[in-house]
Design a protein around this ligand. Structure first.
Ligand code: ARG
Length: 352
């Protein structure tokens, strides 16, 4: 394998600082859990101050039960987690809080729903559902460990519907797997979805998306188990550029991207950025939040008038996740203009 396994985390200054602090204080596992339980008030859903005009609207779940307890992707090593569980739990709490704070500071609105014991991956809310035009299509998971999250995500989104943040929340067809916005990403500029399939989600989910949202959906086959969700290797930016890691895709999928995105709008990741999940970014307006960013990538993004905020999320990389996975955006809207780039011959174009 060309990449350092994330558990090595050689350069994680933040984590070593946290380790040193924790060792000094001899914090117990219980204290660590408490520390991970960061200061955001928690009712079943906590609504953030929405009196400001917020530019993007997200759902997150605090990481107080986050851990690596099983392995369903190559990044997850429960033994390595267990060896430093206390420190890593504490790091996850702090890193999550910094991401949350950065989103609020930069003008996003964030809803929080309560974490649940024994669901360590619930923190990855991108996998809860696909949401566009105030309609949510709930996820169906491939692995039994994550299937247990389905009713919790369903409850949280129905609660949001009752609070007026969504109009429709619907179940995904029983015989298909689609792991929410982790594998089905809205491209605001092109006015269609991109679907990742072949690792977690089924290709046949494409039609379910087209039918439910009445919007086009371009299917891309994923080729590398390390990039098992589309959002680990692919990120459409608000002004039409796409950040992606070509080696994560089959030849056909690369061609599908190249046919729709002119070279000037393709931002190709090198191995190093890809392995740090730079594609797993949160982008709204001219802002891009990610765990870490090489000088070269930062330059490429700044040349295109984006501002990069790096907020370390190494503890989550141990579960195969990063910034984008920790959020579910719920305010995407189709534009009124018809979609020019048809995804499949059978797919209807977006309604006017
Ligand atoms: N451990 C989780 C899994 O393997 C991580 C999910 C990350 N989410 C994402 N949208 N990429 O399912």
């Amino acid at each position: 394998m060309l990449f350092d396994h994330p558990c090595s985390n050689k350069n994680d200054a933040f984590l070593s600082r946290t380790m040193a602090q924790a060792e000094q204080c001899r914090v117990s596992a219980v204290d660590c859990r408490r520390n991970a339980n960061v200061q955001v008030p928690c009712s079943s859903i906590a609504y953030s101050n929405s009196s400001l005009k917020r530019q993007a609207h997200y759902v997150m779940c605090r990481p107080q039960h986050f851990a690596v307890q099983y392995s369903i992707n190559p990044w997850m090593n429960p033994d390595a987690w267990a060896a430093n569980a206390c420190i890593l739990t504490q790091a996850a709490g702090l890193q999550w809080q910094r991401l949350y704070d950065a989103l609020l500071t930069q003008g996003a609105q964030v809803e929080i729903f309560e974490a649940a014991p024994d669901l360590p991956d619930l923190v990855f809310t991108a996998n809860a559902a696909v949401v566009v035009d105030r309609k949510a299509l709930l996820a169906r998971f491939r692995h039994p460990q994550r299937r247990l999250e389905e009713p919790v995500f369903a409850r949280a989104l129905h609660h949001m519907r009752l609070q007026g943040a969504l109009d429709v929340v619907e179940e995904f067809p029983k015989d298909l797997v689609l792991e929410g916005a982790g594998d089905c990403i809205w491209d605001r500029e092109r006015n269609h979805f991109w679907l990742g399939f072949g690792q977690r989600s089924d290709r046949a989910s494409q039609q379910a998306i087209v039918d439910f949202f009445e919007s086009d959906c371009v299917a891309l086959e994923l080729a590398d188990p390390r990039f098992y969700h589309l959002d680990t290797a692919f990120c459409p930016l608000p002004f039409g550029e796409i950040i992606y890691y070509p080696a994560a895709f089959t030849d056909a999928a690369r061609r599908a991207i190249e046919n729709r995105v002119p070279p000037s709008r393709q931002i190709l990741l090198g191995e190093e950025d890809a392995a740090k999940f730079a594609a797993n970014s949160i982008a709204f307006g001219r802002l891009i939040l990610m765990s870490s960013c090489s000088t070269k990538l930062r330059r490429q993004l700044e040349e295109r008038q984006y501002t990069v905020i790096a907020t370390p999320l190494h503890a989550f990389l141990r579960a195969g996740g990063s910034a984008c996975c920790l959020t579910l955006r719920i305010d995407h809207k189709r534009s009124a203009a018809p979609c020019l780039e048809s995804a499949t011959s059978h797919a209807p174009t977006a309604a006017p």
